[in-house]
Design a protein around this ligand. Sequence first.
Ligand code: BGC
Length: 752
Amino acid sequence: MDIKKIVAEMTLEEKAGLCSGADFWHTKAVERLGVEPITMSDGPHGLRRQEEAGDHLGMGGSVPAVCFPAGCATAASFDEALVYELGQELGKECRAEGVNVLLGPAVNIKRSPLCGRNFEYYSEDPYLASRMAAAYIKGVQSRGVGTSLKHFLANNQEHRRMSGSSEMDERTLREIYLAAFEEAVKEGRPWTVMCSYNRINGTYAAQNRKFLTDVLRNEWGFDGFVVSDWGAVNDRPADLEAGLDLEMPSSFGHNDARIVEAVKAGRLSEKTLDQAVERILGVARKCREAERTEPYDKEAAHRLARRMAGECMVLLKNEGVLPLSKNRKTAFIGEFAAHPRYQGGGSSHINAFQTESAWELADKTCVTYAKGCSIKEDKTDEALLKEAVLAAKEAETAVVFAGLPDSYESEGYDRVHMRLPENQNELIRAVCEANPNTVVVLHNGSPVEMPWADQVKGILEAYLGGQAVGGAVLDVLYGEVNPSGHLAETFPLKLEDNPSYLYYRGEGDTVEYREGIFVGYRYYDKKKMDVLFPFGHGLSYTDFAFSNLKISAERIRDTDVLTVSVDIKNTGSRSGKAVAQLYVAPPQGEIIRPVRELKGFEKVELEAGESRTARFTLSGRAFSFYDTAAGRFRAPSGRYGIEIGLSSRDIRQQCQVELEESETPHTRVGMDTIFLDILRRPAAVPMVREMVAKMDVADAGNGESMGEGTTEMLEALLGYMPLHALVSFSGGKIGFDDIEEFIEKLNGSGIF
Ligand code: BGC
């Protein structure tokens, strides 16, 4: 397929036409030139292929498929290999169904627990989110199927999602919201990126040249096509100009006509249009290189979905109650035991070809079941409650299956609080009273408040674990699988603790991200706040010990790569997987920075008694913040902590590395520069002394002249004074000419 040749042969109308969908899920064909349509389908944790009329809300029917654990769960695996495998599997299924591009992964940052789509997203941490997304993309694309990394950019709430403007400073964008996409683009190399509905600092994502072209293509090297979220196009020619190549779904010729008009009127260059066409054809060519179909074994995929769900679950609390022994008399309580909630609502909703519940698969000789309460309406049913209490009393252990009902979590709207339905809280309390050995299994896509957390003996976060979650819950409860998931998000004690709480949803269409870079644990750690469960937390049925933390050098430059290694030993009596998390703790100096930031993780499988070494590499970026004035990431010189732990609040090993910045941004000294900013450069101190000596001011304390005092003393006396103030403070001994001369000397010194 000679793309340049095809473009040259296409008419203006054909080119404009290729830049929008033929229908809901396909691009257009240009038969006379052999251009075939591209078939797209949702995504992300399964395939929602629609044969008949399409819809983007997941309401219409779709072909039966395998529903894998949602993003909230897969991120908790902290396992790139697992997510790669999931990607491969999804790619295989796409091939079987003739889908060329799968619409995922969804990588938006979990700014608030309330976002209706958090269940699809990975994390509150951009590093983790981006690593997971890169693994997913590589997995899917290894099967010759494309991905669409979405929703670019700053689409962190559903409320007013098609009109709201996410307003934030450049540093926050770069360190948090863009960073979630950055590695995914650079390393994953997705065939397509989907731009979001919302605006960013006033400009629609679809029309945002800065992000679609300057950052995505020019800085990060993206070479696929950008597709609109379904219906996100606002002003077609302007969007095209900004870098939005493909409009989806069809606009029934209306926007194609606008493109043609704009080109004819000279408002849009035909070159811009050609470029978009070339990008779309580039992906079309890749699609054709892959064979159309491949047989797909859904039963095997179901087994895989079960294994994956088990790997993702997070054991939040365990006071010796888990794992359960097989012949222990146990009561399963709560409707989710019989009908687990395993996915969220909206465009990601899969028509699961098969499901399984924990109750259905349980050994009925020792497990009983009581519904406990309704999961449809938040009302206590005294008869059901009584029955549950009785079941709990008669059992040695009670396992309450709780969680959020379908209507609480969906694309299209946000939650309004972070609580479970009150009838479920009441059920848990009543069961706890009846049986001291109570465990809660949770099915939810985002954190919930747990007012009963102290009363129960165990809590297993099963998330929305896909169609095989029921079996996977049994695997973990009974210890067939040793839990190894860790939280990819903080569970705050209450919603009001969340850093975005005051500004979430915004006023009208203006949503100010006033917490800035302090999202999730970056905020809770800086504020030293108590949380219910910290970022990275997750228990195991075995124990791990860390030792022998080593770094490849004690002093590095920001251009070096630091390697870090640590030994992990399974000190318990059964095999298990540890997630070693590496946090960098930047210096808490002039630059306002988080206490620690995740910069590496490694999941390590260990037999009882076995030891292994986990290794990490850190480049300068791992130590950096985004310096808006300099327009780049930089790692200022200083001592940085390297922390290894099992959660952001369970640091087991730490050391420090001295980093030297190779290129500090140039500044110019002027009349308004304050002495502190000059004295911070040791090489400039003698020049300052010389200058202030001219003032001939004796220090009141020891009679020394100011020029002879310590640097600290100079800082204390002059620190906040701008140079121009010397004129009045020197009693007329220093004039403006002297200061100008001094400024020239400093600027010419090469120190600044
Ligand atoms: C969603 C996307 C989805 C698309 C197609 C949109 O409403 O935001 O995530 O891929 O519909 O269904």
